[in-house]
Design a protein around this ligand. Structure first.
Ligand SMILES: Cc1cc2nc3c(=O)[nH]c(=O)nc-3n(C[C@H](O)[C@H](O)[C@H](O)COP(=O)(O)O)c2cc1C
Length: 279
């Protein structure tokens, strides 16, 4: 269900409502009004300006606000800051490495389910929610895609002269059937984006950043894969295998799977340029 296009069905339970006005304050569409009794409501004519962000429901300290028929008491609660462990999150960011060596096996079904479910919380510009995630969630599917891409590449490289040792090396690998595109990964996710989404450039990258961190937190390895992205864009037959829905185009690609090589420590990184606009 696309809640952004669904009827808003804004409900405030007068018995629970604290009349604090927080839902009115946080609404980015400014469509919530305070009633004569202090209980908030949304005038029907303003409903169409709802972004579908659900901030009104998430901010309510009394679980009094509901939208789309959702019961707020069933939603996960925000952890207190003291329990969030920014150190662990930073450690994950520092020790995450690009993974190019995978076990050639499916990841456990439970992890795949968690990864798929997590995607629902990826933010999108204007809350367009115009994303679609095409998963190669079975290594046999991934192998079929690999074989197709490899066969297509072999046809293409035959016509490319080995004009330097780099190109010659890759040409040799492709003709030998090496998987230079997918690194023998058992899985990939191709994030697709609605062609008219307002932030169609940014949304897929945000999605994969979320995906990468969560996958690594689950002990998986990941690789942002520009070469796979290029191959998929070039090959309509592969896009067909991925079952990209009509009206969507590919955004970017990430490989993932159980890592074969583990990195016991972080790298040392030079800081990027950082400047302060202050005095
Ligand atoms: C947008 C993007 C595209 C990438 N494409 C590829 C790719 O096609 N093949 C590959 O082996 N690595 C690819 N990488 C991985 C980078 O080479 C890698 O992030 C870099 O070497 C630093 O290593 P680290 O990720 O372990 O810190 C890509 C990374 C990013 C962010």
């Amino acid at each position: 269900m696309n809640r952004a296009e669904d009827r808003l069905n804004f409900r405030a339970d007068a018995a629970k409502c604290l009349r604090c006005g927080l839902c009115v304050k946080v609404c980015p569409g400014r469509i919530i009004r305070s009633g004569h009794d202090g209980v908030p409501y949304v005038p029907e004519k303003l409903e169409r300006f709802c972004l579908g962000c659900q901030h009104c429901m998430a901010v309510c300290p009394a679980e009094a606000v509901s939208v789309h028929g959702i019961n707020p008491s069933e939603l996960p609660e925000t952890l207190p800051v003291a329990e969030r462990s920014p150190e662990k999150l930073l450690n994950l960011m520092q020790t995450r490495r690009s993974c190019r060596f995978y076990k050639h096996e499916n990841i456990p079904a439970e992890k795949m389910k968690k990864l798929m479910e997590m995607t629902a919380w990826v933010p999108t510009g204007c809350n367009s929610r115009g994303l679609h995630f095409c998963f190669a969630d079975d290594k046999n599917v991934m192998d079929a895609i690999r074989t197709k891409v490899s066969a297509n590449l072999q046809k293409i490289v035959k016509f490319i002269p080995p004009f330097n040792s780099f190109v010659a090396g890759y040409k040799k690998k492709i003709l030998a059937g090496d998987d230079i595109v997918f690194w023998n990964a058992p899985h990939m996710v191709v994030v697709c984006v609605r062609k008219n989404a307002p932030c169609r450039k940014q949304d897929p990258f945000i999605a994969l950043s979320y995906f990468e961190l969560y996958a690594n937190a689950l002990g998986l390895g990941t690789l942002w894969c520009g070469i796979a992205d290029g191959a998929i864009r070039l090959m309509p037959s592969v896009r067909k295998m991925l079952k990209i829905p009509a009206g969507y185009k590919t955004g970017y690609v990430m490989l993932f799977g159980e890592p074969e090589v583990k990195f016991p420590r972080a790298t040392m990184q030079e800081p990027y340029g950082i400047s302060s606009a202050g005095i």
